[in-house]
Each structure stands twice: as C-alpha cells, then as structure tokens.
Design a protein around this ligand. Structure first.
Ligand SMILES: Cc1ncc(COP(=O)(O)O)c(C=O)c1O
Length: 475
C-alpha cells in the first residue's frame, strides 16, 4: 500500500470507533475542547515516539519531563519535599505497581492481604491476581456508596500482620463518590499499614474543585497516613492516552517498586515500571499538554466540567423513570431506573442518538446502572443530552424492561465457568443470536438483550463468557 492508501484505510477504520472528541462519548475518553492542547499533544507524541524510557541516562529528556510532572503533582496534592513519583502507562499500571511495591516491602508476609471497599476499581483485583495478594473487599455503605471506615478497620484487625495495603478511592469510578479517606488513613497509620488513594480519575480535577470553593473532603497527602496516590493524566489532564502518575510519600516507600536484574549476560535490566522499553511519546505529550493548560487552564476546565455536571444532575432529577444513584462528589454521574425500563435499552437508545453512555451491571444489592463521565467538552451539550435521555427513556419504557427468554437464561446459568469450552460457547452464541454456531461472533447493533443476559449471570460466569467473547473477537 502507498501512504495515501494507508491513510485512507486508517480513516476508514477509525470511522467505526466512538468519537474521541465532542463530549458525547461519556466513558473511555476525555475531551478538553481545547484544539491547541490536542494539537500540541499530538506533536509532542510524534516527536518523542521513538525515544526509549528504558534508560534515563540514554534519554535524559524523559527523566527531566518525568521530574517536572511529578513536581507539578506533588504541589497539587500537597506533598512534602520527600514525595517521589513515577510516570506509568495508565491507572492500572500505577495500581499494579502500588500493590506490588506494598507486597514486596514485606517479604516476610507469606499470605499478603489487601483491604479495599467493594467499589474499588477492578485494577486492584487484577493486581491481587497477578501478585498473589488476597483481596478482602469490604461492603460499602448501601446508601452513600462510600467505603465503610469502621468495617475496613475491623478487617485490618482481622487480618493483622498479613495486611500489606489498604486502598480507597477519590472518587470511585462506579458512583463518583469520595471514600472517607481521613478516617481510613488514621486507622492504617495507627497500624503501620500502607494506604493508597486511587485518584486515577479524580486527581486532576478535585484540586481545582477545591480552589473553586467546592466542598471536597481531604483525600491527598495532607491526610496523615496516605502513603501513595495514583492520578491519571490521560483522564482529566486531557493528555493523549498512556500516562498516569504513581506518587509515594517517601523514597523508602517506593524502593520495592523498582526491579533490577543483573543475572543474565545482557545489560542490567533496571525498571521503575512494568514495561521496560517504553515510548517517551505519551510522557512528552503529557508534559506538553500540562504545561500548556497549566494551573489556570485546569481551573477553568474544572469550572466548566462542574457546571456541566450540575446541569446534568438538575436535568436528570426532573426526568421520569430515571434517578441518580447518589449525588456525585465529582464529575461522574450514575443513573438507575425505577423499574419501568431497562438501563441497557436506555444505553442503546442513547447510542442511536449519538451519545455513548456506559452500562454498569448489577452488583450485589446494587441494580444495573448507567455511568456518565462528564468532561469539559460535554458541558455545553448537556441540554441536548437531556433531550436525548428523555427520548431514550420514553423509548425504553415503551418496550418495557427486558424479559430474558427462559431457555436462554437456563442455558446460560447452567454453564460452569470453569469448564466453558468452545462448543458450549458456540451453542450459547447461536442461542443469543450472536453467531451461527460456526465459531464467528457478530456484535449486534442493540446490545441490550446481551447485556441483560449477562446481568443475570453470576460474576464468575460473566467473566468467563466475556473472556470467551474477547478471544473470539481476536481470533
Ligand atoms: C478510579 C479509577 N482507578 C483506576 C482506573 C484504571 O485506569 P486505566 O483505565 O487508565 O488503567 C480508572 C479508570 O477509569 C479509574 O476510574
């Protein structure tokens, strides 16, 4: 192919994706609405695409930019001079490293445990799985959806010396509320346990919320007992994808995050992150965008975002059949229905009207819901969003809540996730209308029936089905 053909093909491929700009994709992407910041980010990304963060002595530019970004965040999060940090590839990597560092700081802990609220991001589940740390998930308050500090403290005492890490969110992804960081931190401190605050989604918006005079409960390094914080730049810092920060309160706390191996004939491998060779592009892009937008720019973006969130909340409160799950502490809004319709149908209807909203499956006593991430570019479109939502709810009420075919439900629930094989999965796909039984999968335009079916599956089965689905997609 020649370059023109390739670019045309890339364009064609992109046409099937969700839009990354325009504020109508309310999960996965963050849009500042600032064309100059986007352009500069792309330039910096391209300039540094081939640099290698493997060796900071070979590419000192990357070290300099990392130190700048960490310095910016240290001030923003009220860290003392000894706060140190690492640029990672995303929220999940920051969390993986926080868990791994906590585990490896206590090599004597033979059955390490981490204590988290049930609303903690699933990246902690992945870390537990990867690093052999037992996860103790403590139920959150059923009304506020915030972590229950007393119950987390009781769990710290139950597991005693085995506890290597406690974590909570500022705010949580699913409900957008800030956990009681101070109360949990003081108990972790009293027991000498590390306490990580997951501010992956809140880290670049809550500080300016506070500057704007909003009531933000303390969550950063001002709180004694907070030993590490994750904050993603590829979220509310509006930088290109692939950048997050992991900050530790002291260099000592970070030490076990590092990995070195001299036990082979090649170069001594020396890494602060899970990746070894890594492009300097995302870091350079983040450095460029953060310096361009700067403190005042982020304050303006936060103001716009919170105005948009407030308008969204007020508009939703006036609509029939949908309600807020909880009042958000930040810029994430979660809706549920009164039972007259399904959130899954609402999501489909919204997509047909050009809005991507993210369905969240039911969990324990929490019914299925719809997640909305508000970014600065969404704010001006909130009135249009509310019209689309009202229409979507009406359409969903007209068809009523989804009733799952009994045969399908019985077939799905009878599957043992441990033994889900190709044949069983093919049969289920065919029954669900997602394939002909010959192995291929088709993604339907309307996802609601599939989501509703997944929603009745126990979590372990849902995980197995989705893994099988992903495997098929990529075969
Ligand atoms: C609170 C929180 N933690 C962690 C993550 C994981 O971040 P990433 O998708 O960048 O790995 C997210 C992503 O939305 C998040 O909201």
């Amino acid at each position: 192919m020649n370059a023109d053909e390739i670019l045309r093909r890339l364009d064609e491929l992109r046409a099937a994706d969700l839009p990354t700009h325009g504020g109508r994709t309310m999960a996965y992407v963050y849009d500042s609405g600032l064309a100059d910041a986007d352009e500069l980010g792309k330039q910096a990304l391209a300039m540094y695409a081939s640099t290698n963060g493997l060796d900071p002595t070979a590419f000192p530019s990357l070290l300099a930019m990392e130190r700048d970004l960490v310095g910016f965040a240290r001030t923003l999060f009220h860290g003392a001079d000894e706060v140190v940090g690492t640029v990672t590839s995303g929220g999940t990597e920051s969390i993986l490293l926080a868990v791994q560092a906590a585990r490896d700081a206590l090599p004597g802990a033979t059955q390490p445990v981490m204590i988290v609220p049930t609303t903690i991001h699933a990246a902690f589940h992945k870390a537990a799985h990867y690093f052999g740390v037992e996860r103790v998930s403590v139920p959150v308050d059923p009304v506020t959806k915030r972590a229950n500090a007393a119950a987390m403290t009781a769990a710290m005492d139950t597991y005693g010396d085995r506890v290597v890490l406690v974590a909570a969110s500022a705010p949580s992804y699913a409900h957008g509320v800030i956990d009681p960081i101070e109360a949990i931190a003081s108990e972790a401190l009293a027991r000498g346990v590390r306490f990580h605050v997951d501010a992956c989604i809140g880290g670049w918006v809550l500080p300016w919320a506070e500057h704007l005079g909003r009531d933000v409960p303390p969550w950063d390094f001002r709180v004694p007992g907070v030993t590490s914080i994750s904050a993603d730049l590829h979220k509310y810092a509006y930088t290109p994808k692939g950048v997050s920060l992991l900050l530790h309160a002291t260099p000592y706390l970070r030490k076990s995050q590092y990995f070195a191996s001299a036990d082979w004939p090649g170069y001594t491998m020396l890494n602060a992150t899970t990746q070894s060779t890594k492009s300097g592009g995302p870091l350079a892009a983040a450095w460029a965008v953060v310096n361009l937008i700067g403190d005042e720019g982020y304050r303006d973006l936060a103001r716009t975002t919170f105005e948009g969130t407030a308008a969204l909340v007020a508009g939703i409160e006036q609509q029939e059949h949908v309600r807020l799950v909880v009042r958000p502490d930040s810029s994430l809004v979660t809706l549920e229905t009164d039972g007259a319709c399904d959130v899954f149908t609402i999501s489909d209807e919204m997509l047909m009207r050009g809005w991507f909203v993210q369905p969240q499956m039911s969990f324990g006593d929490m019914p299925a819901s719809v997640h909305l991430t508000v970014s600065a570019a969404t704010a001006p479109a909130v009135p249009e969003f509310l019209v689309a939502l009202a229409e979507s709810v009406r359409a969903a009420v007209d068809v009523g809540p989804i009733r799952i075919d009994e045969e399908l439900r019985a077939a799905a629930i009878a599957i043992d996730p441990e033994t889900l094989d190709d044949e069983a999965f093919d049969g289920l796909l065919a029954l669900a209308g997602l394939g002909s039984g010959g192995g291929e999968v088709t993604v339907p335009e309307r996802m609601a029936p599939v989501n509703a079916l997944l929603d009745v599956a126990p979590p372990a089965l849902r995980e197995a089905l989705l893994i099988a689905f992903l495997d098929r997609l990529s075969r």
